[in-house]
Design a protein around this ligand. Structure first.
Ligand code: DAH
Length: 340
């Protein structure tokens, strides 16, 4: 009797396993046949009705049946798992022969391009590039540059004061003082950096912009050295045909002082919209370092002379790349930056 029942359970189970279409169904079969309340477990419970001498044989039979069903269940389960894995691998397959997508590459900011070019030119002439602090004492930004407390130039450069004697530098000229104070002569340096002025934002103004300061101090330096150096710089920056013109001007830290114009590189000096018809474009301020400035920084103004200049970096970038609004340089609109 039990023999036949066992055989029937076995057949039914194997058939169901053969027809199962997924692992969940296999699990149902496992529970309904081998589980606590399963058919096979039920047989074990009815062993008490079996004659004692038959019990070992029947027990063995039940165990064999159980082992067989378990084995087939496991095999089937492994088949399902292999099929699932296979499908997953197929869906995740990577075609390594496909060409890669281009990676976006950043662009240099026009200011950076202009700065690198200015640096390259001066380094080529034997200049050293030095930095300087953006937060300055009044002394470095004004006093040591021969701009006393009541000097009107302080108004021209509307200053962001921090507290007490501290301010945001209005000009990179303060870097000159730091360099002279080091006490090492001769000096031949440029110092690029950020400067700050309480200006409203418009097409030609910004509360923060960049300058490149230049300073040369040695024995026997004359205005001719200044002119020769800046003429050479202009040719390298704007082209070999570029001419330069020096107009008298006033800066407290230089005497004499000048502003330098370059011939318009757009029209060659004939006059065009770019140079507002004049043929010339103003480019920088310069002059011979004032003896007071040398003396305040501990340099013997009898023995040493120097020249200095200050150029606006944005101005160069705007001119070179024909950008007509300074705000474009600060908005970081990717459509603008991508053009460089
Ligand atoms: N610091 C001046 C400015 O911000 C520019 C300048 C003019 C710098 C003449 C100099 C110089 O070193 O000699 O307008």
């Amino acid at each position: 009797m039990i023999n036949e029942t066992l055989d029937e359970i076995r057949k039914k189970a194997l058939e169901a396993i053969g027809q199962a279409s997924d692992p969940d169904r296999l699990n149902d079969i496992r529970v309904s046949v081998l589980g606590k309340k399963g058919e096979l477990t039920g047989i074990l419970k009815s062993m008490k009705d079996v004659a004692p001498e038959d019990r070992p044989r029947i027990g063995q039979l039940v165990n064999d049946t159980r082992a067989e069903i378990e084995k087939v269940l496991d095999e089937q389960k492994q088949k399902f798992e292999a099929a699932i894995l296979d499908a997953k691998l197929k869906s995740e397959a990577i075609d390594v022969t496909l060409p890669s997508k281009p990676l976006p590459v950043g662009h240099k900011h026009p200011n950076t391009i202009a700065l690198e070019e200015v640096e390259r030119i001066f380094i080529g002439m034997g200049y050293e590039v030095v930095g300087g602090p953006e937060i300055e004492r009044d002394y470095y930004n004004f006093k040591a540059l021969n701009i006393p407390d009541d000097h009107p130039a302080r108004d021209e450069q509307d200053t962001f004061y921090i507290s007490g004697q501290f301010l945001l530098r209005t000009q990179t000229s303060s870097a000159q003082v730091h360099e002279m104070e080091k006490g090492k002569l001769p000096i031949k340096m440029i110092s690029p950096g950020r400067v700050f002025r309480a200006d409203e934002v418009d097409a030609t103004h910004s509360p923060s912009f960049h300058q490149v300061e230049g300073l040369v101090i040695d024995e026997n330096i004359t205005f001719a050295d200044l002119k020769g150096t800046l003429a050479e710089f202009s040719k390298k920056l704007f082209g070999e045909l570029t001419e330069t013109k020096f107009r008298p001007h006033h800066f407290p830290f230089t005497e004499p002082s000048a502003e330098m114009d370059v011939s318009c590189f757009k029209c060659g000096g004939k006059g065009c919209r770019f140079c507002k018809g004049s043929g010339w474009i103003e480019i920088l301020g310069c002059g011979m370092v004032h003896p007071n400035v040398l003396r305040m920084s501990g340099i013997d103004s009898k023995k040493y002379k120097g020249f200095a200049f200050g150029v606006g970096l944005e101005r160069i970038a705007l001119l070179k790349y024909e950008i007509d609004d300074m705000r474009l340089l600060y908005e970081n609109d990717i459509r603008f930056l991508e053009q460089f």
